[in-house]
Design a protein around this ligand. Structure first.
Ligand SMILES: [Zn+2]
Ligand SMILES: [Zn+2]
Length: 255
């Protein structure tokens, strides 16, 4: 399995998986980017996966489906261009010989889903849309802090070596915030240097890994005393886990 992030718009990635002949893409906001990639690689687009309804993730779906005949898969509960096969947590689909599991991750949007697979002989792979970013998390447009906390908990429970394919290149700014929350976290400092080097060469900072995110991402660390103390400096009323998470999210929004 080959995994390629296709940059789109300012900071989106359309993730493509291909086996040299057949391909699938995740959240194609821009059809043109995908057309160029399938032409360059000489692959046939067989499937389009959609994590949530936002236009920067769905804008190219109809054009790609009509031009290639690719089958579209998307969340049960959201408005995604029809026709599509609707999926919810617990569903398993088999595409290009890979078994993909669907995980419900409401929070950024009400019906957001993620895809997880364990390709033979390779590290597992998570396609998480706008739920988990490297050193960050998606904004809560439709869901509640409690929902997002639960959703991120499901992702954090995946194997540490899971490759995390986020839909945006937000890592550098996420790390600035992570450093403000945990100034003594050396993993944050060293990853900042790594990301700076990559971005200076216009290379993606992704995929990340679950193990790395558990070390650097404040939104996966809200159970830790140091993070709780920092959040309470921002909002002294943040006492229980959901309130701590909600206050951290508000702090990030204002940061
Ligand atoms: Zn979104
Ligand atoms: Zn997005």
């Amino acid at each position: 399995m080959n995994l390629i992030p296709l940059p789109a718009f300012n900071d989106n990635y359309i993730w493509m998986l291909h086996d040299g002949q057949r391909a699938l893409v995740v959240d194609p906001g821009d059809a043109q980017v995908v057309f160029e990639a399938i032409k360059r690689l000489g692959v046939q687009l067989e499937a389009i996966l959609v994590t949530h309804h936002h236009h920067d993730h769905t804008g190219g779906v109809t054009e790609l489906r009509e031009a290639t005949g690719a089958q579209v898969f998307g969340p049960l509960l959201e408005q995604v261009p029809e026709p599509l096969m609707r999926l919810a947590g617990g569903d398993v689909i088999e595409l290009l010989g890979w078994r993909l599991q669907v995980i419900d991750v409401p929070g950024h949007t009400a019906g957001h889903i993620a895809f997880y697979t364990e390709p033979q002989g390779q590290y597992p792979l998570l396609l998480c849309g706008d739920t988990l970013f490297s050193a960050g998390s998606g904004r809560l447009f439709e869901g509640t802090p409690a929902q997002m906390l639960t959703s991120l908990g499901k992702l954090a429970a995946l194997p540490d070596n899971t490759r995390v394919c986020c839909a945006h290149e937000y890592t550098a700014s996420g790390l600035v915030f992570a450093h403000a929350v945990e100034p003594d976290n050396q993993d944050v400092v060293s990853h900042q240097a790594t990301v700076q080097t990559l971005r200076a060469q216009h290379l993606p900072s992704l995929p990340s890994s679950i193990g790395l995110e558990k070390a650097i991402n404040p939104f996966l660390r809200t159970h830790l005393p140091g993070v709780i103390r920092a959040v309470q400096q921002f909002d002294a009323t943040a006492q229980d886990p959901v309130r701590v998470f909600a206050a951290l999210r508000t702090w990030k929004n204002q940061f």
